[in-house]
Design a protein around this ligand. Structure first.
Ligand SMILES: C[S@@+](CC[C@H](N)C(=O)[O-])C[C@H]1O[C@@H](n2cnc3c(N)ncnc32)[C@H](O)[C@@H]1O
Length: 336
């Protein structure tokens, strides 16, 4: 049994809460799925409207206590599943929903718990699992080949010094197993000595890459978007808050290419077949946090919120999305 008190010490500020609630229009009632419950910010706010029902998911067992408290408060209107959001279509039966929200990435509760190894301030075990994973960062760092490590850092972290860092990881692990976060930070800092500016921490990109890889975040996002679209009502909304360019690229591509006004027809699409569209006209509007919100909650600065509306067409599996981002799916599927 995990001691969840540690994780509850810190609080997570829900990003763009007012914007999310406004788009969902909960005053009219409706069923909403909060795919990334975390500290429960969106779920709690949506439940304040008396005619709503909220179904929440999170892969992380450390937040079960927060979900349990909410279940006690709203026994008939709130339910929770410890599941990955790629399985979002399995939490309801014979029902379609009004809104589905994804607030991607890590919560402050996870980042601030140094025992979990997400923060480069940690001196603890290199773990980086958000829950329901089958590998840890330690296993990746100590077992993967130099070539595979390089690909992970380069593609998932967009790390320019991927070659040097991977080479130095291999050298270091021949001398001593790399088990702690500070050992890895030290290797990264030595690899980047000449190159890095003070603007971002030298470990940021490597840590992002490892976290994405360990949690298969790109595969989760692509499957999550597809399965969410499957269970949205006509007129239902899918809202996605992304924090880095790979995530936003995927969301933007799906919203643009599966809405009736797609800007550039893809060569993979059949000509003149309007039935393949799953979404209403997409306005390509991006919401960003206000200056006030960024001052109050600095991690919100890179957040981008996009939403799209499900149309009346029958669901057809959007294979094209898998083809388009195959490079990431293959990479996340890499074994030792
Ligand atoms: C940014 S936080 C969400 C914070 C939340 N909106 C709030 O107001 O507190 C992201 C949460 O999503 C969870 N998560 C990330 N990827 C997931 C996935 N594939 N399936 C389920 N939960 C996931 C994480 O464990 C984390 O708790």
């Amino acid at each position: 049994m995990i001691n969840s008190n540690l994780s509850l010490e810190s609080h997570h500020f829900p990003v763009m809460l007012d914007e999310v609630v406004k788009i969902c229009s909960p005053e009219k009632g409706g069923v909403f799925i909060d795919c990334t419950f975390g500290g429960g910010g969106y779920s709690k706010k949506l439940l304040k409207f008396s005619k709503t029902q909220v179904i929440a998911l999170d892969r992380d067992e450390f937040i079960l206590k927060i979900a349990d408290e909410l279940k006690k408060k709203y026994p008939n209107r709130f339910s929770f599943f410890q599941k990955k959001f790629s399985e979002v279509d399995t939490v309801i039966k014979d029902q379609l929903v009004d809104g589905i929200i994804f607030d991607l990435g890590l919560s402050s509760i996870q980042l601030n718990n140094l025992k979990r190894g997400f923060s480069f301030k940690s001196k603890e075990k290199l773990d980086m699992s958000m829950g329901l994973t089958n590998i840890s960062a330690e296993e990746v760092i100590n077992n993967y080949s130099e070539q595979k490590l390089k690909l992970i850092l380069k593609i998932l972290g967009e790390e320019k010094d991927a070659s040097k860092i991977s080479r130095n990881i291999i050298k270091a692990r021949l001398i001593k197993k790399i088990t702690k976060v500070d050992q890895l930070v030290d290797i990264i800092e030595k690899s980047k000595k000449k190159n890095y500016t003070n603007k971002i921490n030298p470990s940021t990109k490597t840590f992002q890459a490892l976290r994405i890889f360990v949690n298969k975040e790109i595969t989760e996002l692509i499957k999550g978007i597809i399965n969410a679209t499957k269970v949205l009502k006509p007129g239902g909304k899918i809202l996605i808050i992304s924090f880095h360019s790979i995530e936003d690229k995927i969301v933007k591509y799906f919203f643009n290419n599966f809405s009736s006004n797609r800007s550039k027809p893809s060569r993979y699409f059949p000509e003149n077949d309007d039935n393949i569209f799953l979404l209403d006209k997409y306005k390509n509007k991006i919401f960003k946090p206000s200056v006030v919100e960024i001052i109050k909650n600095p991690p919100s600065r890179s957040a981008k919120l996009r939403y799209a509306i499900r149309n009346n067409n029958q669901f057809i599996y959007p294979e094209e999305l898998l083809n388009k981002f195959k490079k990431y799916l293959d990479l996340e599927g890499l074994n030792v």
